[in-house]
Design a protein around this ligand. Structure first.
Ligand code: AMP
Length: 190
């Protein structure tokens, strides 16, 4: 059966790690728009060259570019089972995703809001900077990404609360503990 899950939350909350594990255990495709953009940048594609300065600043890539990417990834799937990680990030993206999922007859299992206190997020992102060397994990960009999250993505908490899809999960604790909270929030045992 076609189904979708959304991971929402600030940078550093652990969405990527958790989304990857849930996707592999549930047999879903993890769709991280950030990973797709970084892959374009690494390959030096036209899109990659266009978006690199945006990622380096920590701003959001324009909605139309993101929506084209997501559409290309899932519109051709006969029976989509997708975990969205880092998408949607604006109200326009959320509305477009609603339409896309309705057109593909794909119900939303839930929207997982993974949160942690801001200083913990900054600490984790600076730590990741040392380990992975992501060019947008420096302190100035991290602070901007958190501001952009609050201004543009946090309003989606209201959006998905109103539709009854939101499930809040505490992102503090061990990865295993957070994963268990995610499973019970979704009502799935895998
Ligand atoms: P992430 O890996 O999800 O933290 O995303 C890294 C960066 O990619 C963000 O700071 C944005 O510049 C860009 N990005 C990723 N997903 C989106 C999206 N859904 N909408 C706009 N920009 C995005």
């Amino acid at each position: 059966m076609a189904e979708a899950v959304i991971f929402l939350g600030p940078p550093g909350a652990g969405k990527g790690t958790q989304a990857k594990r849930l996707a592999s255990e549930m047999g879903f495709k993890q769709l991280s728009t950030g990973d797709i953009l970084r892959s374009h940048i690494a390959r030096g594609t036209e899109l990659g060259q266009k978006v690199k300065p945006i990622l380096d600043r920590g701003d959001l890539v324009p909605d139309d570019l993101i929506l084209t990417l997501v559409h290309d990834e899932i519109a051709a799937m006969p029976n989509p089972k997708v975990i969205f990680d880092g998408f949607p990030r604006t109200k326009a993206q959320a509305e477009a995703l609603d339409k896309l999922l309705a057109g593909l007859k794909t119900p939303l299992l839930g929207v997982l809001l993974v949160t942690a206190p801001e200083e913990e997020l900054v600490k984790r992102l600076l730590n990741r900077a040392q380990q992975e060397g992501r060019s947008d994990d420096n302190e100035a960009t991290i602070r901007n990404r958190l501001e952009v999250y609050k201004a543009q993505t946090q309003p989606l908490v209201d959006y998905y609360t109103k539709t009854g899809s939101l499930r809040e999960v505490n992102g503090l604790g061990t990865p295993d503990g957070v994963y268990q909270s995610i499973q019970s929030a979704l009502g799935v045992e895998v």
